[in-house]
Design a protein around this ligand. Structure first.
Ligand code: 26W
Length: 809
């Protein structure tokens, strides 16, 4: 390893000539970006050869991380950082007449994910490379990532996200590893010579062609891969059909095949039982498991030891079909009997749950599966019947309980129950969330097989989310600790607190201010809007969902605005409220809330009474690369979900690590943050998860809060009436007071929590006036955030679930 800027610039000049036929003087920024990507790719490819040889020799268990989403973001700066050549790359570019930061900005985000679950997968891949765990990520090479969001007249408009033009620079196509995936057709099961034989005919074939992205570890040559499957039709057009006159049909089949990899589904926490989504899921798990099996057989000649050599982790239920697909291969292609196949399968696969929202649990109509995956259906049916008989015995015929736990029930296939039945380990993503899984969502299963249930609290790649995006803070930490060891040993961040002095606290405040100014400069350049950098930057950035309660935040801003209108001398700490959020395109209420925030922002920002006190900004197109600019500038982090609903949260960790204080409920990983920093270093409010449950059971009447509070009345009446643009939001108010489509009124307890939130906000505002105190609290938050590093989380998966060793110190 180790390249000087001279060596790098020579590699770049050569690459530019040989690949693009250009001289430096003719090269555009885009040419140069691609050139840099290819040069780093070459370095990683060479490292990869070494890694493969090492793995081959050590013969250790391989981890396979299956996820429909990997929210990778940008890679150029990240790879240069991990390869230890970032300063050299910058210098080389300068010498050639290019500005590194311009090229970094040019790179499109690989937005192959919706939110937390997808970004988590990306952080874990990085950490697995860094910790030298032989691992591969698998997903789909979506041609279009998560839509680009434009705000037009206050409303979200979705535009396609073509990321592959430049983003594709990182991908290497491996046609030799192509797999065939079969859909539809008929299945006959019979016996021949005492062996069960399955004949599948009349199916449609789709080719899965891998496009691999290398994942560099930090301070190691260890390099893993993310394998993205592209979907191709086996024949450009079906010639037999073409010649028999079925022109349209001939082309249609190709389009159908390739539609599989066209677009990422933009629903977050709300699956739609759509045929194309099922095709995506089966396509990617089938290709993945075939590819793992093929390599395994080439090495060992048998699948008997398959579970010893492979750990498959499924990221939520989306890749669950890997279970019947592995069964199919073992039974039909390899001739194993049911019990042996079941043993191997169930000792290979583990499941991470990421949500307890009932509407987010995947269920497929059985008819869809019967038609699209006839052989998989038969296997599912058999698994389900065997499981159900077992449940009936154990639950002594209590059919309510049997029904709740059944895999196939009422014409639907329930993926979470299948995972619980078949996986060797099941984990939640924060202590609270794992408890809810054990005590509530999967309680019956937990009582049957308690040892299967684990917790692994989420973590984030602190090299990206601290060192790379906040270099001044990184420098301060290294100065204070006296080394950069914390980058490989995040628990050492504790030293930052122990060794801090008054000067450290002061410096921390200066860095935050500089980051705010940098963000404001960038934002002014993009939009022409000038942010008040003397005000507190109060940020809520995450997917838009009712349970995350962006609306509660908006209600509080309306409250402040009304106070200012009543009394222009109303004392308040100046704030800039920043929102970043995409709504699923079909989520009507979420879109109303985005519109509301934009209407509110327009009115507040234009009103002289708010000048220098209150500013509301909706950041368009929130994405990884925007988060990277925003996190270092944030001072207050809004983590205000209804307790019991946010499985973990990972944005909360990113803000904390960058020195924002949290205003939040005792939900998800906030609970563990509070254990680290103690209540006095965050702003807690609201009902606890248990209290929310109790209120659901005893009956919650949001209208009582409304009728008893002039403040709430005033706020809700304003929402109904709307703002200067004349748009009213009566549907939002109705849902708070009366519920939507027969559902519970205010099911996320905004009215119940409002007063407590307002008080916590007031305390945060007062605390901010004492900057020294605030910065001290920020320092404590940073120093105690090491536990939320992905390295800790991945090491726990390695030890408790995958049973694989990690890199030694
Ligand atoms: C289309 C169906 C669907 C259903 C659920 C798509 C995506 C999901 C995910 C489970 C949503 C998600 O991203 N969950 C988040 O996962 C993070 C990583 O564990 C947690 O930190 C968040 O709390 C959780 O909401």
């Amino acid at each position: 390893m180790g390249y000087t800027s001279k060596q790098l610039s020579k590699l770049m000049v050569d690459k530019l000539r040989r690949t693009f036929g250009r001289d430096v003087s003719e090269a555009t920024d885009a040419d140069m970006f691609q050139t840099c990507a290819l040069v780093l790719r070459d370095i990683m490819s060479a490292n990869r050869v070494e890694t493969r040889e090492k793995n081959q020799k050590n013969n250790v268990r391989q981890v396979h991380y299956l996820s429909l989403e990997f929210l990778m973001g940008r890679s150029l700066e990240k790879n240069a950082f991990n390869l230890g050549v970032l300063p050299q790359l910058k210098a080389a570019l300068k010498e050639l007449g290019f500005e590194a930061s311009d090229l970094f900005e040019l790179e499109p985000d690989a937005g192959l994910g919706n939110g937390g679950l997808g970004r988590l997968a990306a952080c874990y891949l990085e950490s697995m490379s860094t910790q030298e765990i032989p691992a591969t990520g698998y997903s789909i090479c979506y041609e279009l990532g998560l839509f680009k969001q434009k705000i037009v007249d206050g409303e979200q408009v979705e535009l396609p996200d073509h990321w592959l033009n430049l983003g594709g620079s990182w991908l290497v196509t491996r046609p030799e590893d192509t797999e065939e995936v079969h859909f539809g057709g008929q299945v006959e099961v019979g016996f021949e010579n005492g062996r069960h034989v399955v004949r599948h005919s009349g199916y449609t074939t789709v080719l899965a062609v891998p496009r691999d992205m290398k994942i560099a570890g930090y301070k190691t040559t260890f390099t893993n891969r993310l394998r993205l499957w592209d979907a191709k039709s086996p024949t450009p057009v079906d010639l037999s059909r073409f010649s028999s006159g079925e022109y349209v049909k001939a082309v249609e089949d190709k389009a159908m095949a390739e539609a599989i990899a066209k677009v990422l589904y933009p629903e977050d926490n709300h699956p739609e039982g759509k045929m194309l989504r099922l095709r995506q899921q089966y396509f990617f798990v089938s290709a993945t498991i075939q590819s793992i099996v093929r390599k395994h057989k080439a090495k060992y000649g048998t699948l008997r030891n398959f579970h010893e050599k492979h750990a498959i982790q499924i990221n939520d239920t989306h890749p669950t079909l890997v279970i019947p697909e592995l069964m199919r291969i073992l039974l039909d292609e390899e001739g194993y009997n049911w019990d042996d196949a079941w043993y191997i399968t169930t000792h290979t696969v583990s499941y991470t749950n990421h949500t307890v929202l009932a509407e987010a649990l995947e269920r497929w109509p059985q008819d869809l599966i019967i038609n699209l995956l006839p052989r998989i259906w038969l296997i599912l049916d058999e698994i389900s019947q065997k499981y159900q008989r077992q449940l009936e015995r154990e639950f002594h015929g209590d059919m309510d309980r049997v029904g709740r736990n059944a895999i196939i029930w009422g014409g639907q296939v329930r993926m979470a129950n299948l995972c619980v039945c078949a996986c060797q380990a099941i984990n939640g993503v924060s202590a609270l969330h794992s408890d809810i899984l054990k005590n509530d969502v999967f309680n019956d299963a937990y009582r049957r097989t308690p040892k299967k249930f684990l917790n692994v609290t989420n973590g984030i790649d602190h090299r990206r989310w601290l060192a790379q995006i906040n270099p001044q803070l990184d420098e301060l930490i290294r100065d204070v600790i006296g080394s950069d060891d914390y980058l490989l040993h995040p628990e050492q961040m504790k030293q930052f607190e122990k060794k801090a002095t008054a000067a450290t606290v002061k410096r921390l405040g200066e860095i935050k201010k500089a980051n705010k100014v940098a963000f404001a400069n960038w934002y002014a350049k993009e939009t022409g809007i000038v942010l008040n950098t003397d005000a507190m930057f109060d940020v809520q950035a995450k997917r838009l969902h009712e349970y995350k309660r962006q609306l509660l935040n908006a209600m509080h801003i309306i409250y402040l605005y009304q106070r200012l209108k009543d009394d222009p001398n109303f004392e308040m700490t100046p704030r800039v409220y920043l929102f970043g959020a995409k709504a699923a395109p079909g989520y009507v209420m979420a879109k109303h809330i985005i519109h509301l925030i934009n209407s509110l922002a327009a009115t507040v920002n234009a009103d002289p009474v708010c000048k220098d006190k209150l500013q509301v900004i909706f950041l368009e197109n929130y994405r990884v690369s925007l988060a990277e600019k925003l996190m270092p500038a944030a001072e207050l982090s809004e983590q205000i979900s209804t307790a019991g609903k946010e499985a973990s949260g990972t944005g909360n960790m990113k803000f904390m690590m960058n020195g924002a204080l949290t205003i939040g409920t005792l939900d998800g990983a906030n609970v563990e943050m509070c254990q680290q920093v103690k209540e006095e270093n965050m702003f807690l409010f609201g009902l606890t998860a248990d209290q929310v449950d109790a209120r659901v059971r005893s009956g919650y009447h949001s209208y009582e809060y409304y009728s008893q509070s002039e403040t709430l009345k005033h706020i809700l009446d304003q929402i109904a009436k709307g703002f200067d643009d004349g748009v009213g939001y009566i549907d939002i108010v109705n849902s708070l007071l009366f519920g939507q489509n027969g559902g519970m009124a205010d099911q996320y307890f905004l009215l119940a929590d409002f007063e407590s939130y307002r008080a916590a906000q007031a305390l945060a505002g007062r605390t901010y006036l004492d900057q020294k105190k605030w910065n001290q609290m920020a320092l404590i938050n940073i120093a105690r955030s090491g536990i939320f590093a992905a390295d800790r989380a991945v090491a726990e998966y390695a030890k408790n679930i995958w049973k694989v060793p990690v890199r030694k110190a």
